[in-house]
Ligand binder design. Structure first.
Ligand SMILES: Nc1ncnc2c1ncn2[C@@H]1O[C@H](COP(=O)(O)OP(=O)(O)OP(=O)(O)O)[C@@H](O)[C@H]1O
Length: 246
């Protein structure tokens, strides 16, 4: 049986004690080596789900396990260590330091955590993302697509169990975005990494294996990813008042 890299059990999140639930009773399992896409209308809870799953935010109710550990009540220091060692992040705004080089950016999370990455490992990851030979270039001189490659390299260099991506292609043109999605797909297929990606784009979601659909904070569908047209119609259904087609 494949190990679940992420599980959520009746997870709820509200930001104020008497406020609305941004996430309600979400239960799911993501096995190792899965590419999962999270979709839903704006405000449906996608980023909240991602942040609770990745240990960047604490749910109000329920239990989250990540890379085999229950993180819900984990102490902050242990959670930081788990994130550093087992998790990679790729966000829409690349979260890179433009004055530093590609190498310095890619190694920064490991450095901050006192972990050394071997030069050969960095070179291999840079080659995987198509940045061989660019290690000493300043990130500020690179194009948006190249910068997102650096973000992917940084997420992969510690060989994480899971990569969380929030709109990783949102700021890129379709061709460049397609290449970034290809890199993430490759990490799943060749390295066995699990990817959980929030996206608004049915074409982007098409690279995933599993489609998780949210409506008003509830998980209303969790099924193998269909073709782009079907994704678009399911998305339209959960964004309006129409029933979700199965
Ligand atoms: N830090 C916060 N404080 C208060 N409310 C928040 C906070 N973050 C999110 N919310 C609320 O929680 C709900 C879900 O927000 P979330 O950002 O998870 O949705 P989303 O599906 O990612 O939206 P989008 O597609 O617009 O990014 C929204 O009603 C939002 O206003």
């Amino acid at each position: 049986m494949t190990e679940d890299v992420l599980t959520m059990e009746l997870v709820g999140r509200r930001y104020f004690s008497d406020g609305p639930w941004a996430l309600r009773d979400v239960s799911l399992r993501v096995p190792a080596g899965t590419f999962a896409a999270v979709m839903g209308a704006t405000g449906s809870g996608k980023s909240t789900l991602l942040h609770c799953a990745a240990g960047l935010d604490r749910p109000t109710t329920g239990v989250v396990t990540l890379a085999g550990r229950t993180i819900t009540r984990m102490r902050e220091a242990s959670l930081t260590r788990l994130r550093r060692d087992r998790v990679g992040f790729v966000f829409q705004s690349y979260n890179l330091l433009s004055e530093l080089t590609v190498r310095q950016n890619a190694l920064l999370p490991g450095r901050l955590g006192g972990r050394r990455v071997r030069g050969a490992d960095l070179e291999r990851v840079l080659t995987e993302v198509g940045l061989a030979g660019a290690a000493d270039r300043r990130v500020g001189e690179l194009s948006g697509g190249q910068q997102q490659r650096v973000a992917v390299a940084r997420a992969l260099v510690t060989r994480p169990a899971v990569v969380f991506a929030d709109e990783p292609t949102g700021a890129l043109d379709p061709t460049t975005g397609g290449r970034i999605l290809g890199l993430l797909r490759d990490a799943v297929d060749r390295l066995g990494v699990t990817v959980v990606m929030v996206t608004h784009d049915p074409t982007a979601a098409q690279v995933s294996d599993r489609l998780l659909l949210l409506r008003d904070g509830r998980l209303v569908a969790d099924a193998p990813t269909p073709d782009a047209a079907t994704i678009a119609s399911r998305l339209a259904a959960v964004s309006g008042a129409v029933a979700v087609p199965r």
